[in-house]
Design a protein around this ligand. Sequence first.
Ligand code: SF4
Length: 417
Amino acid sequence: MSGQRFDCLQCGRCCRRWRVALRPGEPERLASWRERAAPGAATAVERCGGHPYVAHDASGDCVFLDGARNLCRLEEMAGAAAKPLGCRIYPFNLVTLFPGVLSCGLRFDCPAVRQNQGRELGAWKSQILDYAAAFAPGAAGIPVRLLAGLEPLTIRQLADGFRSYLAESAERVSPGAQLVVLWRATARYAGLGADFLNDRETLGEVLPKLWSKFEPDPAEERRCVPGAGSRALFRLWLAHYWRRDQEWAGDGWRTRCRRAWTLVRLMTGGGAPALLSPEHPDVALNRAGLFRLEPPVQPLPGAAGPADAETWECWRRWLMGRLETWQWFGPACYGTDVWAGWRALWQASLLMAATARAAAAAAGRPQVTAADVQYAVGAIDHAFGRSPLLQWSLLRRLDAWFAGPRFERLVAALNWK
Ligand code: SF4
């Protein structure tokens, strides 16, 4: 990922907040270290939905974490290789694209990645190669049908076109208007068909001329608040990206009832995202101003303000990274095809904008800041392409409901400038 840096800040966040899924052989290895490296813990492995995970104690910390020093006792005693592969790899995200070809992205739920702190990724090359060797030898990669008839070089050309547009227009066009352009371009390209697009020489001549045609006319549409039904569905959609079921221990009926009641409160706007996880803003959604018309009522799109490019830098870096590493479809996004994956990427961006707005409202800020955007990118990226919940057919229907003209209306309604 060009321009991306990483060095662990040892904040301990990944050892506290998230469960690490274990691979075959790892539960037994962890169990053998429990008495020495996790003193006082009743177990080193816990199961959720039938899958084994590293156990956490009552406070939420990994049982192997020395919380006072934010260090892993297992690593201290037995070396990094004793840790589960999921712990060692984090925050790198490996995905098999084609047999023998892995892409390496970074997870933006890590603060060091969001802040772009540390060494350039090239410094991690030998470790990444070690992880790759252990990760998925022989994995098949993206099934051909998910390429939707596009040749890999065509996909590369289109993705590079999206990235070039994002970079070139960052100082000129507001982030919301950029997203509308990406949405329209995706619909237009899909309509051109694979035969036309695979003629890459023609595509190379045509693409640069198309971008300005996708930019919406500032006078073309004014904001309007979605109806109550759409607002409720939008909040439900957001809530599923915010859900952190691993923090709601237990599958009993009480837990299920509590989850259902929380989702109802969020849907109706009376609940706060913090009900789903303490990492989220503690402000009732109907007070978060997601669809506030005043002030000011803005036409769509606004030109980028001087601070916009900086405020939304983390979002652009996330988007560019996903495009560069091909981590937006196939194995990186629930087996969707290349077009559905692009739409999912733009929709996730929209959800980031709403999440950033909620974070600003919770802090009493009238405007979204770079800190709100960083939080929002981490919160949505944590689930995007990873949360099993987002594969549910209900959620897929919400993706479809907020596609088409509703997508642009939502960008306008959020007043994303
Ligand atoms: S969340 Fe990121 S910065 Fe924090 S300990 Fe984990 S890898 Fe390091």
